[in-house]
Design a protein around this ligand. Structure first.
Ligand code: FAD
Length: 508
């Protein structure tokens, strides 16, 4: 008779050792029933060629895995962290044949269509082979919800629950429980695998370092070493936000830390205005992922189907210039170059890039969504697709915002430090003209060292294109089909009116 088999903990976007319920449960189960445990992360070939994947994501995940491995070693867990390069079903087949699988543990993943389809195949495989798959909800997101009634309350309950930390004392006192698995040679990995399709994005960094430790150290310096003090003041500033915002998003996105851990750390500090603003955003994080969990078609089609009729352009030259940061509009170019190179951009500037793409350029949001997913180190499908659609104005329930990049620059980068850092062609231009060098009188422009040979004229007329966008978006918004769809969206994704909101529908 075959041995009872191993308990496999499948690490997905949850690359950590603390507040990890699948890990906690697997260790408990093995301690009680005597089975062996395998901690496993899979770099799946299909995901490595996915249009949203970039090498910065894979390198970050790899560093998170290194950190997990280091914790296991330092804390003497007696377990190894395994990383293989192979499709999940092949790996499961291999493990079943060689060792037998007693159970599979993982978090529920609110991912792109590719991972959703993959998980459906894993579920069938488990059913076919009689392997129980224990899938645990990520804190703050609930599968199978059809409305938002009671969502906020249950979110707070969830956040206040104790973190699911494995009981190491109990675990260590049990005998050696490592599954001791060896892998076929062509699956083994010594370094992060390569992302081959990445021809249009060669970011050089420096990127934020991956890992549980790095994530908690960003959080600590934000909450306890003063960075939070200027949070609200700097949140919309492209340069200052890099220090005054928490910068925890990649750690949350790849699961090196959890929203619950952050919430509890925040609760234990003295609260003020900045703390409150930051706390709301933790809830927004889950709100957007919940939206995507309930309607994953957001990945490829307009949430408000009536916008399928919106006329859009297809100007390949403009699109390449937007992606490369050579539109001739300084703030747009600085933002794109900064995010390509460092993987980070604050909220307001992300919104402005999407507004420029969809409103000024009149392209569909689908034309830019994968490019920025690859650029953002913190790519989180649930937030990314929902935010893209909101900023593109195709939800029919949110205010349409058409950002003027010159005005945004004057307000949030008045001296032009950010623009000069990322668009060195403009390094000698004075603050007066830095956000609109083409408006400078010719003599002055030459004296300041700006010439359209070094840095191009704007590729479009900002004023005329914004006016056209306003007309297009507002006339569309009045259509009965848009309003009908809007009502459906509100019923599904929005918290219903409450007494304290005076009957208004709220996003959260
Ligand atoms: C077009 C567009 C795409 C975006 N794509 C992503 C994405 O792929 N991944 C991602 O994490 N965020 C995304 N955001 C939201 C936001 O810009 C980032 O979360 C934020 O800039 C990350 O920086 P921070 O960690 O310093 O944020 P902080 O301001 O310090 O906020 C703390 C955390 O709250 C959450 N948060 C903050 N703002 C928002 C928001 N507006 N919506 C939802 N959650 C929020 C994030 O998890 C963030 O890490 C996107 C925004 C836009 C406009």
């Amino acid at each position: 008779m075959m041995a009872p088999g191993i308990h496999v903990v499948w690490f997905k976007r949850d690359l950590r050792t603390r507040d990890h319920e699948p890990l906690q449960r697997a260790l408990q189960r093995a301690s009680l029933s005597g089975g062996r445990v395998l901690l496993l992360q899979m770099y799946e070939p299909g995901m490595l060629v996915h249009p949203t994947t970039s090498s910065r994501h894979v390198t970050f995940q790899w560093a998170c895995g290194d950190d997990v491995a280091m914790t296991l070693q330092q804390e003497k867990w007696g377990l190894t962290f395994h990383r293989v390069h192979a499709p999940v079903l092949d790996v499961l087949d291999y493990l079943r044949m060689k060792h037998g699988i007693a159970s599979l543990y993982s978090h529920e993943e609110t991912g792109v269509l590719w991972t959703y389809e993959r998980d459906k195949k894993v579920a069938s495989w488990c059913k076919k082979h009689g392997v129980p798959w224990c899938e645990v909800a990520q804190a703050g997101v609930q599968r199978g919800r059809s409305s938002r009634i009671g969502w906020v309350e249950s979110w707070h309950d969830n956040m206040a629950r104790p973190c699911a930390n494995p009981d190491l004392q109990e675990w260590r006192s049990s005998e050696g429980r490592d599954a001791n698995v060896t892998w076929p040679e062509n699956w083994a990995l010594n370094a992060a695998p390569t992302v081959r399709h990445e021809s249009d994005l060669q970011g050089v960094g420096p990127f934020q370092p991956g890992g549980e430790r790095a994530g908690h150290s960003y959080l600590k310096s934000f909450l306890h070493e003063g960075r939070i003090q200027a949070y609200q003041k700097h949140i919309s500033k492209p340069e200052l936000s890099r220090r005054s915002c928490s910068r925890i998003s990649p750690y949350l996105a790849w699961g090196a830390m959890t929203i619950r851990q952050v919430y509890q750390a925040l609760e234990s500090t003295v609260q003020g205005r900045n703390h409150h603003a930051f706390g709301s955003r933790l809830r927004w994080h889950c709100h957007f992922i919940q939206k995507f969990e309930s309607e994953h078609a957001l990945e490829w089609r307009n949430v408000n189907r009536a916008y399928d009729e919106l006329p859009v352009k297809q100007n390949e030259e403009w699109l390449s210039r937007w992606k490369e940061g050579t539109t001739g509009i300084p703030l747009v170019d600085a933002c794109m170059r900064a995010v390509r190179e460092t993987g980070y951009l604050n909220f307001r500037m992300r919104a402005m890039l999407v507004s420029f793409l969809t409103h000024h350029m009149n392209h569909s949001w689908q034309d830019g969504v994968e490019h920025l997913a690859r650029c953002f180190l913190d790519f989180e499908p649930g937030i990314h697709y929902s935010q893209f659609q909101m900023q593109a104005g195709v939800t029919g329930i949110n205010t349409v915002r058409i950002y003027n990049p010159v005005k945004q620059g004057q307000e949030h980068d008045p001296e032009g430090h950010f623009v000069r850092a990322w668009v060195p062609e403009l390094k000698d231009v004075s603050p007066e003209w830095i956000h609109s060098p083409w408006m400078a009188p010719p003599m002055e422009a030459t004296m300041q060292g700006w010439s359209s040979q070094d840095y191009p004229e704007p590729m479009l007329d900002l004023v005329a294109s914004a006016r056209e966008a306003r007309e297009r978006m507002w006339s569309f918004r009045k259509r009965p089909e848009v309003k009908n769809e809007g009502r459906r969206i509100l019923a599904r994704h929005v918290v219903p009116p409450r007494a304290q909101t005076k009957g208004r529908m709220r996003e959260l």
